[in-house]
Write a protein that binds this ligand. Structure first.
Ligand code: GLY
Length: 358
């Protein structure tokens, strides 16, 4: 088992990574949290695959367990579903000594974290991410949220979990498109912070696409360690944490304009990363070589690189809705070279238009 620590003073916690860790849920949670009642929040497919294993482990360590299911998919990340979880917690007589266990992907993690941050003014929760994307990104760092009809993640809080437990075996049941979408976030870490990771992805693409266990542990550990460093430096995203948003400004716009149904988040991020690279080149920040390197790696991992047919005006308007846009200025995370990032909020609309239309 690999162990990383996010150092945030009294909000510090461990990230455990390895095969078969689900069986240690109770032991690892029990060591860190005094609660005695554990409510597992998951969706039906994941409950069927891993629910019994996780609840059995919690019970073996003395937890009384409950489980609530949330329908699968982004459309469940709502205040309404959160309210259903609140009702369940109240009906199950949960209190401040109860803990929540998020068992699933990003939707489950974000929603569970949001409920944990507000139920009785905050109760402990642990993250057990079962998708690659949530293992390398959303389960770490304490961003919790639900969506609003007007935009993604508009209602939420920074609220750190007490433990992140990553069982790499859970990736064996992950659908192919979900797996590749997770790889987009790993590519992102290479671009923003780690040329060696970027090279590793190029050199080992076949093995990685075949879910080689050793490669996966390396990718997850490296990604989580980069994320930990970013979150430790800027937990609540005053600026530096925005580095994690490389490729996301356009990615979020593409997701919103295609009703969150055409692309997985990671696929939209892949399109967004190629766009961000082109925008960097057109702004004079990076060479054409960098754009080609990023495009080639995205293609190697069988991720989309090209924008779908969407109105340029709609894309620009959607980017203005990004949470990082302030007073009609979109803050872009651009690239100077692999591992070298720059924040830029002076991109003109005409340049945006040019890059979006080419
Ligand atoms: N997923 C971006 C962040 O955690 O800041």
């Amino acid at each position: 088992m690999k162990q990383l620590r996010i150092d945030l003073g009294e909000r510090s916690y461990d990230i455990l990574i390895g095969p078969g860790l689900l069986d240690q849920t109770g032991e690892e949670a029990g060591k860190r949290i005094p609660g005695r009642r554990a409510v597992v929040v998951t969706h039906p497919r994941i409950r069927q695959l891993y629910g019994t294993q996780v609840m059995y482990s919690l019970e073996q360590s003395g937890f009384e367990t409950f489980c609530i299911e949330i329908p699968e998919g982004e459309t469940s990340k709502t205040i309404k579903e959160a309210e259903r979880v609140f009702d369940f917690l109240i009906d199950s007589q949960c209190n401040r000594r109860s803990i929540l266990v998020a068992l699933g992907g990003g939707v489950i993690g974000d929603l569970t974290g949001f409920v944990a941050s507000t139920f009785m003014r905050g109760i402990p929760f642990i993250q057990i991410p079962t998708t690659l994307l949530s293992q390398v990104d959303s389960s770490v760092g304490g961003k919790t949220a639900v969506n609003h009809p007007k935009g993604k993640n508009l209602i939420g809080a920074f609220y750190q979990p007490r433990l992140v437990l990553i069982d790499t075996n859970s990736l064996t049941t992950l659908p192919e498109d979900e797996y590749r979408a997770g790889l987009a976030e790993v590519i992102k870490y290479g671009i923003i912070a780690d040329p060696a990771l970027f090279d590793f992805l190029i050199q080992n693409s076949e093995k990685i696409l075949n879910r080689d266990e050793t490669c996966l542990e390396h990718l997850i550990e490296t990604s989580c360690s980069i994320k930990a460093q970013v979150v430790e430096r800027d937990e609540t995203e005053s600026e530096y944490r925005m580095i994690l948003n490389f490729g996301h400004t356009l990615g979020h716009a593409v997701e919103a304009l295609t009703d969150y149904s055409k692309y997985k988040h990671g696929e939209a991020v892949a399109i967004g990363m190629v766009f961000a690279a082109k925008l960097s080149r057109e702004s004079g920040l990076c060479s054409d070589k960098v754009v080609t390197q990023i495009k080639n790696l995205v293609a190697k991992m069988k991720l989309p690189a090209d924008l779908p047919k969407l109105e340029t005006r709609d894309l620009i308007e959607a980017m203005y809705l990004d949470k990082k846009a302030i007073e009609k200025k979109i803050k872009f995370v651009l690239v100077r070279g692999i591992g070298e990032i720059e924040f830029v909020d002076t991109i003109s609309e005409s340049l945006l238009q040019k890059v979006l239309e080419n």
